[in-house]
Design a binder for this molecule. Structure first.
Ligand code: SF4
Length: 364
């Protein structure tokens, strides 16, 4: 494997809130290689977006306390001076957010926004930066790149605006692209186009990509590796095949089990209810003692579940470059038992419909 572009070690984020300190990210560690895509998945509030905002120094000052290490091409983002961090954002790491309309300034033309970003990190003059901006718009597949430079964000569709955001993120040839729910606000067809676009650009440029999403369909389509977050912690990680074919943590199994099964036949014209993960994620101001998932876990049974946080431990072979790991005390997971069945113990409105084989099949 190539040298990591990004190495995150024991990242912790604590926010000051009116309800007291909120431990939003609790000891996150992962790395991203050149040309590799790591998907970070989890429900809203799991800490996945805060974790990347913390890396780039984008959390409000005085509210967030960030500790750990985050080496971007060998330089620690968390100890950088603000001026250096500003220089690194762009050539080091580009970011694409969920809502392209709020990421763009509505009163500036697309050209002005692109040209400003390019000139902030290069010594190109205005005319050369404008030519570079038009080239970038062409690269991200926008028709009439030169004409688009003179248009305002509201004159473009959502998919076109997201292409502009990707062009801005790529304008300084970053080594790392962070996409935070980058396709969530788009319809399914445009989502697929944006994913194809990022994959194509990644193959050309060899960027590392961190893709933050709650959408397991996106994960199946784009990721090399997956990191599942819950309560600010990584509860399972591994290659995309390991995690989607042999989910080991009860939470991952619950997420996969909650996907609609399009192959499931209707019974007497009634489509079976979806399985759910009952309960709600814990408040970061009041995380449970022990395993962070225990209040919702349908298979808790180990005496340590409610008292000791399980470590992220290797499952199966440790003799591989990227071992499959999960943080759970339970030993009867499908992966450990050598089966691909998803646990049938999560809630479902239709008894008898909860056990499924090959969960990844639902994502194709
Ligand atoms: S440690 Fe216990 S409560 Fe936590 S996921 Fe495993 S079985 Fe469930």
């Amino acid at each position: 494997m190539s040298a990591p572009v990004l190495e995150v070690e024991d990242l912790r984020v604590r926010l000051r809130t009116p309800r007291g300190p909120a431990d939003v990210v609790n000891g996150l560690s992962y790395s991203v290689g050149a040309g590799e895509t790591v998907a970070v998945v989890g429900e809203s509030g799991s800490g996945k977006s805060v974790s990347v905002l913390a890396l780039l120094g984008l959390l409000p000052q005085g509210v967030a306390t960030v500790t750990g290490r985050a080496l971007l091409q060998g330089e620690d983002l968390l100890t950088m001076q603000p001026e250096r961090l500003r220089q690194v954002r762009g050539p080091g790491a580009g970011m694409v957010f969920q809502d392209p309309m709020t990421s763009l300034n509505p009163v500036l033309t697309i050209g002005r926004q692109l040209v400003e970003g390019i000139r902030a990190h290069t010594d190109l003059d205005k005319a050369a930066a404008r030519r570079r901006a038009a080239d970038l718009l062409g690269e991200v597949g926008l028709p009439d790149p030169a004409g688009t430079l003179d248009r305002y964000p509201h004159e473009l569709s959502g998919g076109m605006r997201q292409r502009v955001i990707i062009a801005i993120a790529l304008s300084n040839s970053p080594a790392l692209l962070i996409a935070d729910e980058a396709t969530t606000a788009l319809d399914v067809t445009v989502q697929a186009q944006i994913i194809d676009l990022v994959e194509g650009l990644q193959a050309e440029r060899g960027m590392g990509v961190v893709w933050i999403t709650h959408d397991l369909g996106v994960v199946a389509g784009i990721a090399d590796r997956v990191l599942v977050m819950y309560g600010g912690r990584c509860v399972e990680d591994g290659t995309v095949d390991d995690v989607l074919e042999n989910p080991s943590h009860p939470y991952t199994r619950g997420l996969l089990g909650a996907l609609p099964d399009l192959a499931q036949p209707a019974v007497d014209g009634v489509v079976p209810d979806l399985a759910t993960v009952p309960g709600v994620p814990p408040a970061p101001t009041d995380l449970p003692k022990g395993c962070v998932f225990w209040p919702r876990c349908p298979v808790r049974g180990d005496a340590r579940c409610e008292t000791e946080q399980p470590p992220l431990a290797i499952i199966g072979s440790s003799d591989v470059a990227l071992p499959h790991r999960a943080a759970t005390w339970c030993t009867e997971s499908p992966a450990r038992a050598g089966s691909t069945a998803v646990s049938g113990t999560f809630g479902t409105g239709s008894p008898g419909t909860s056990g499924i084989e090959s969960p990844r099949g639902r994502l194709r």
